[in-house]
Design a protein around this ligand. Structure first.
Ligand SMILES: Cc1cc2nc3c(=O)[nH]c(=O)nc-3n(C[C@H](O)[C@H](O)[C@H](O)COP(=O)(O)OP(=O)(O)OC[C@H]3O[C@@H](n4cnc5c(N)ncnc54)[C@H](O)[C@@H]3O)c2cc1C
Length: 480
């Protein structure tokens, strides 16, 4: 009997699980005998996706929803039969910025921008000039801060965009790559000379394409979606549909490559076993990729992988009796600019965004603590952390009631902070790997975008590359 091609995937977060799932799907379609093994260091699958279901609450310790504008997570949920379990936001979210210690609504249209207290008259005028600001001529990467400051002015960046982005990426907009975080807007500037013009052009293109195809306007998707059982439901369903082996509580300790062996990769596990593989997908944070590739590939690659910074963050879900709260916060979130005295990064309205996450008589907020701004606060012991969060909520929302439930999740490190030039560096790393380590691939949040849809997209791309390479190198293994 012919031996199936063995692909080992290191890391059982969304990137690793999506890679295993799509590999099996693709192999089945192509009639290729292929077996996957996912190795996950922790007892729990999901990596940063960490839902805790408890007494009628769904506490999310990591991601709490995904955007549907990037379609991959939405599509995966449908492919997995989870369409009925999806819960979308039912109204456009109100987003706030802390301003003089109080939440000020982020304007969502030109009219509301003009009346917003977040920008001075000069800041508003500068914003209106965006369509007329000369585009940058070079196509090379720059920092997100530099891009936004050029296009929208300093005030808009410092008072609105910087805290919003900082709370999502937990980093500094003036250091991170625009190509990774907002590549779409950078492309609009290159193509149309302005972000505003680019957005109008995109809307026109979409409408023209739809008219030309004669297709009806697609049903409107919610902007954000999650699952009734929390995002862990995606992880659980994905894991159940993977036919290969999943090894939780098992870390890959070292990786070796021997091109003369029929299965050239040997992965030593921390339980003493060794897995042999024809191909490997590394779906871990980038500093773990560097450790595993030490001595296997030239040091320039591992050194580069080690330069990608990560920051710590701790999330604190905090629930109150609704009856104890005079004026429940109705927004999706409040972000905190650097010039405010609050020591939180952001506060999210967890039950305002998705009411199903808490019993009806409860109201849940989630505080983000740490990030690049205050990494030491992410390490505070539980008691001090809770005190900090409660003091902040008292100051910002006048909430002084005793919480009914608290859920703390620590991420050390949390999200990658792709610096300027990141995409070019990743492309370079991948070129070197392709030349020296055939059938070894990288995927995950540290590479080309860290949202859940980005991770799934990257794993789908890696699967497409694997299948192309496999069908070229193993033509006889196909069942036709
Ligand atoms: C607090 C927070 C909030 C977020 N909010 C959102 C959000 O609302 N929406 C959104 O789209 N995204 C959000 N994100 C980002 C998103 O959750 C992550 O980028 C994504 O889940 C990362 O998936 P991954 O599989 O690439 O990496 P990870 O989830 O980090 O998975 C990597 C896995 O590799 C394992 N591993 C490491 N070393 C080894 C080893 N040696 N052997 C075996 N296994 C190993 C780890 O244990 C881990 O399970 C958030 C992230 C955080 C931290």
């Amino acid at each position: 009997m012919k031996q199936a091609i063995e692909i080992v995937i290191v890391g059982g977060g969304i990137s690793g699980l999506a890679a295993a799932y799509y590999l099996e799907q693709a192999a089945q379609v192509q009639g290729l005998a292929l077996h996957t093994t996912v190795v996950e260091k922790e007892a729990r699958l999901g990596g940063k996706i960490a839902t805790q279901r408890q007494e009628g609450f769904i506490f999310e310790g990591g991601p709490e929803s995904f955007v549907t504008r990037k379609p991959e997570a939405w599509e995966l949920c449908h492919e997995l039969g989870l369409a009925d379990r999806l819960v979308g936001t039912t109204r456009p979210g109100k987003n706030y910025v802390l301003h003089n210690g109080r939440p000020a609504i982020v304007p969502s249209g030109p009219g509301s921008f003009l009346s917003s207290p977040l920008l001075s008259a000069g800041g508003k005028l500068r914003l209106l000039k965006e369509p007329f600001v000369k585009p940058r001529t070079e196509a090379s990467d720059e920092s997100l801060g530099s891009f936004l400051r050029r296009r929208l002015g300093d005030e808009m960046v410092d008072n609105v965009v910087k805290p919003a982005i900082g709370s999502v990426y937990l980093g500094n907009v003036d250091a991170m790559s625009v190509q990774v975080s907002f590549g779409r807007f950078a492309e609009m500037e290159q193509k149309h000379g302005s972000v505003v013009k680019g957005m109008f052009a995109l809307m026109k293109e979409k409408s023209a394409a739809r008219k030309a195809s004669g297709e009806p306007r697609p049903a409107k998707k919610p902007s954000f979606a999650t699952l009734q059982g929390g995002l862990m439901e995606l992880v659980e369903t994905l894991a159940n549909q993977i036919e290969g082996d999943i090894l939780p509580e098992t870390a890959v300790a070292t990786l070796q490559y021997n091109p003369t062996h029929s299965q050239p990769y040997a992965l030593a596990l921390d339980d003493g076993r060794t897995l042999r593989a024809d191909g490997v997908v590394l779906a871990t944070p980038t500093f773990v990729m560097a450790e595993l590739l030490d001595g296997v590939v030239e040091t320039a690659v591992t050194d580069q992988l080690r330069t990608i910074p990560y920051n710590p963050v701790t999330t604190v879900n905090i629930a109150f009796n609704r009856s104890d709260i005079y004026d429940p916060f109705d927004g999706f979130g409040v972000v905190v600019p650097e010039n405010e005295s609050s020591r939180l990064l952001a506060i999210e309205g967890m039950s305002a965004k998705f009411p199903h996450r808490a019993p009806e008589d409860q109201f849940v907020l989630r505080a983000f603590v740490g990030g690049q701004a205050n990494p030491e606060l992410a390490e505070l012991p539980d008691e001090a952390l809770i005190k900090l969060v409660r003091n902040e909520l008292a100051g910002i929302f006048n909430i002084t009631a005793a919480p009914t439930h608290i859920h703390i999740q620590r991420w050390q490190p949390a999200n990658p902070q792709p610096p300027v030039g990141h995409l070019a560096m990743i492309a370079n790393i991948e070129r070197t790997l392709a030349q020296s380590l055939p059938q070894l691939y990288l995927t995950g949040a540290g590479l080309r975008g860290q949202g859940i849809p980005d991770c799934i997209r990257q794993s789908r791309d890696v699967v497409a590359q694997i299948m192309t390479n496999l069908t070229e190198s193993h033509p006889l293994q196909q069942d036709f």
